[in-house]
Design a protein around this ligand. Structure first.
Ligand SMILES: Nc1ncnc2c1ncn2[C@@H]1O[C@H](COP(=O)(O)OP(=O)(O)OP(=O)(O)O)[C@@H](O)[C@H]1O
Ligand SMILES: [Mg+2]
Length: 416
């Protein structure tokens, strides 16, 4: 029997819950050759939405190139991947692909190779000067190539860049300005930019002084609606012949703070524990808390490492965020309690946010800092950094079943 709760990778079409509207907007952007910014916190399901939308847009006849800017160590590697995927896509739509690719991407001078055995295309860029090969401006040439390709095809061509803020973080103001100017010229190409640094992306897209202002529509991702998630969790237990108490499901969503990845991870562990019960195979609050304890124990080495990489001031700021649920961090009382000056608190929060450990959530009435991974708060409680009253985690014997929690480039991406 397979555990129905999947986490850590992009979801396939049948598994994505409650994102019909979002997927439809991405598909519309592609088929109507528009531009869209998909903005959402870490692990809210951005990549999964892009994946499902890509499937649908392809079925509607579009050519879709999708890349994750964080997955490539250099601009050259990203550009290489874009050209390679363009060559692969063109194979199905044009004759003499190699020749066409060389023409579209002329400024990059690509060499396109076809490996008939593996049926794959690879591109190696013909840039002689190693400094030019590192230049972010290479990307602009690649985008011009995609636009030339779009002009030659009678179907929508889309470039989806996931975690695209990385380009601006690395390339700075220059690339932001030039990228925006290039993209504005490309009226026949659909662009979808997804990103998780919500504060940065909001500023990039809402600040009239910045180049990306009004470049496209914005789609800001919230949590998966509770009703749909609860129902799917219940169904996951029922289908296996188990059951789950409604209060336990509610508690699960609370503990995971509605972050879809954490919801799925906890449901997955809860399901395993219920499966292991000799009798009474249903999820109760007690079993759920046991599931959280196990998850936190397993990821203990990961959390310890994250904690030890923080300076003392950052540790105190982090403890304040977890203890006070991210509110009132600059009051006199909080600063005294956590022995931080206002400036040091601000600086520490900033560096924790830049490392994706916390994020700032702002509404018109409230500002709140949140842990990107809500289970980190449970670990902080477990090790005594945060008073237990703030957490629902009960102390239970540790069961370390190490599963390489540091896998993956991103500090909080453990299962990819
Ligand atoms: N709509 C959803 N329905 C069910 N599970 C979801 C949904 N969205 C996200 N998830 C869960 O969250 C996990 C992470 O999803 P995904 O990788 O798409 O998020 P992301 O926002 O791209 O994350 P990251 O910021 O790390 O790139 C999925 O594997 C799945 O367990
Ligand atoms: Mg992602």
């Amino acid at each position: 029997m397979e555990n129905p709760f999947v986490f850590g990778s992009e979801l396939e079409p049948g598994r994505l819950l409650e994102r019909t509207e979002e997927v439809a907007q991405v598909v519309r952007t592609i088929t109507e050759r528009q531009k869209l910014f998909l903005i959402g916190p870490r692990r809210f399901g951005k990549t999964s939405i892009l994946n499902v939308a890509e499937h649908e847009a392809r079925s509607a006849g579009a050519v879709v190139l999708r890349h994750d800017a964080e997955a490539y160590p250099t601009f050259e590697a990203l550009v290489n991947a874009i050209v390679t995927s363009a060559a692969r896509e063109l194979t199905t739509h044009l004759k003499r692909t190699g020749e066409q690719v060389t023409r579209f991407f002329a400024t990059l001078g690509p060499r396109i190779n076809y490996d008939a055995g593996a049926n794959t295309w690879t591109a190696s860029l013909g840039i002689g000067d190693p400094r030019a090969a590192q230049s972010p401006l290479l990307l602009l040439d690649a985008l011009d190539g995609v636009a030339a390709m779009a002009a030659a095809l009678d179907r929508p061509v889309a470039l989806i860049l996931d975690e695209f803020q990385r380009l601006v973080e690395v390339g700075g103001e220059d690339i932001e300005r030039q990228l925006s100017a290039t993209i504005r010229r490309h009226v026949r190409v659909a662009y979808v930019f997804a990103g998780s640094k919500t504060t940065l992306l909001n500023d990039m897209t809402l600040n009239p002084a910045r180049p990306f202002y009004r470049l496209g529509c914005r789609l800001v991702l919230g949590p998966v609606p509770r009703a749909g998630f609860s129902e799917a969790i219940h169904k996951g237990f029922l289908t296996a012949g188990f059951d789950a108490d409604p209060e336990a499901i509610e508690r699960l969503l609370d503990l995971a703070e509605d972050v879809p990845y954490n919801v799925q991870a906890l449901a997955n562990m809860g399901w395993e524990i219920v499966r292991g019960q000799a009798s009474g195979k249903h999820l109760t609050i007690a079993l759920l808390e046991h599931a959280l304890e196990r998850l936190v124990s397993e990821d203990g080495p990961f959390y310890s490492k994250l904690w030890n990489l923080c300076t003392q001031a950052q540790q105190r700021a982090l403890t304040a965020v977890a203890s006070l649920h991210g509110r009132g961090l600059h009051t006199q009382e909080t600063l005294q309690r956590f022995r931080l000056s206002p400036a040091l608190m601000t600086r520490s929060l900033g560096s924790l946010a830049s490392r994706d450990i916390i994020r700032r959530e702002e509404t018109h009435t409230d500002v709140r800092w949140r842990l990107e991974d809500p289970f980190f708060a449970a670990w902080l409680t477990k090790v005594g950094a945060v008073p237990p009253v703030q957490s629902h985690l009960r102390q239970a014997p540790g069961r370390d079943r190490h599963r390489s929690p540091l896998a993956g480039a991103h500090p909080l991406r453990r299962m990819e």
